[in-house]
Design a binder for this molecule. Sequence first.
Ligand code: NI
Length: 144
Amino acid sequence: MESVAKEFESLLKLADRLRDIRDAEASIRPAPGKWSKKEILGHLIDSAANNHQRFVRLQLASVLNLPGYDGDEWVRLQRYQDRPWSEIITLWQMYNVQLAALVRTVDPRTLKNIWHTPDGKDLDLEFIIRDYVVHMRHHLDQIL
Ligand code: NI
């Protein structure tokens, strides 16, 4: 988990580069139905909120049924497109500062605890944490 925590923390340093992007540029949708930079970073806030639940709850129970989330619908309903870019960045950054601290101190005895997903997969906490960071890097690469 040490290397995952390190990579996670290094991704959070990209906040400075996100702040170099102007609000108007962050609002551009590259094509109809494609997310703007505001919406992509908003999607990462939704990912944080959902995975926060998994990271904490799976340290408290060996098997859990938790919902997934529809990324497009969460972005649409929350209207990230109408929010100030600077506020989206701040929320993304501070939420993930907390999650990175959580990952750094995760109880190693709980890493094999299982999320039984709505589509019938069994994912352990270690996979969920690693996948969270991979997903974040993927979307930050799209923005930067
Ligand atoms: Ni995604």
